[in-house]
Design a protein around this ligand. Structure first.
Ligand code: ADP
Ligand code: MG
Ligand code: MG
Length: 251
């Protein structure tokens, strides 16, 4: 279970997250929707451990462990995964090599033995097949010359291999055509399990037609202002965020 308690975060003295509270149960798929600039990405970066932010107060607990005390790689070993945190192009490093290094770094941090090449190949092949990723693509340099959809599929592949307990997808849908969106969504849906939670961050409702969330939270100005079920996303698509924003801040 992830619990964000009274989290206040600033950048350069400006408050971005404002006493934010959020709970995501084991196995739950939670969506956060909200206008641009409201702090959704900041929340995902703070959970994953990026350093640019000042934590003014609050806690982020994953199964009772305060993630804010831990380095990003230790958080990853605890099962935190942020998709598209590193949408890097790495010329000269085969995708396969990168994936193996990422997986073995996590295992090492957990005190587990490194996977042998045949063990790794078996896992990567099984996961790649499900995501309709060709073996040939895994031999190419990571993300170099990949289309937007291919990069995102590769990220889902990385997620499938790392088997996170808490996976965050930040604006996965932006720039995806409908076929890529379906593949990404079915990859995510295949990874849904009672032990794995997801935080799906999106500006639009479209992705949530394919990954149907258990819970939808509306975020504006650094706070969760409304929580509901999957129908809340449909409602928001019609009404927009207007009802939740400016008036409250002015009051
Ligand atoms: P969202 O993902 O909801 O669009 P962000 O978390 O990206 O929102 O941004 C929230 C606010 O914080 C915005 O006003 C943005 O300009 C600001 N912000 C985010 N990251 C930085 C940064 N590294 N330096 C300065 N301002 C930032
Ligand atoms: Mg934004
Ligand atoms: Mg964002």
């Amino acid at each position: 279970m992830l619990e964000v308690k009274n989290l206040t975060v600033s950048i350069d003295g400006r408050t971005i997250l404002d006493e934010l509270n959020l709970t995501v149960q084991d196995g739950e798929v939670a969506a956060i929707m909200g206008p641009n600039g409201t702090g959704k990405s900041t929340l995902s970066y703070v959970i994953a451990g990026r350093k640019d932010y000042t934590i003014e107060s609050g806690e982020v607990l994953l199964n009772g462990v305060n993630l804010l005390d831990l380095e990003p790689d230790v958080r990853a070993a605890h099962g935190v995964f942020l998709a598209f945190q590193y949408p890097l192009e790495i010329p000269g490093v085969a995708t396969m090599t990168f994936l193996k290094a990422a997986l073995n770094a996590q295992r090492k941090q957990r005190g587990e033995a490194e996977l042998t090449t045949p063990e790794f190949m078996k896992r990567v092949k099984g996961a790649a097949d499900k995501l309709e990723i060709k073996q040939e693509m895994l031999k190419r340099a990571l993300n170099v010359g990949f289309s937007g959809g291919e990069k995102k599929r590769m990220d889902i592949l990385q997620m499938a291999l790392l088997e996170p307990s808490f996976a965050i997808l930040d604006e996965t849908d932006s720039g995806l055509d409908i076929d890529a969106l379906r593949i990404v969504a079915s990859g995510v849906n295949a990874l849904r399990s009672p032990k794995r939670s997801f935080l799906i961050i999106t500006h639009y409702q479209r992705l949530l037609d394919y990954i149907v969330p258990d819970t939808v939270h509306v975020m504006t100005k650094g706070k969760i202002v409304k929580t509901g079920g999957a129908d809340l996303a449909v409602e928001l698509e019609k009404s927009g965020y207007r009802d939740y924003s400016v008036e409250e801040a002015a009051a």
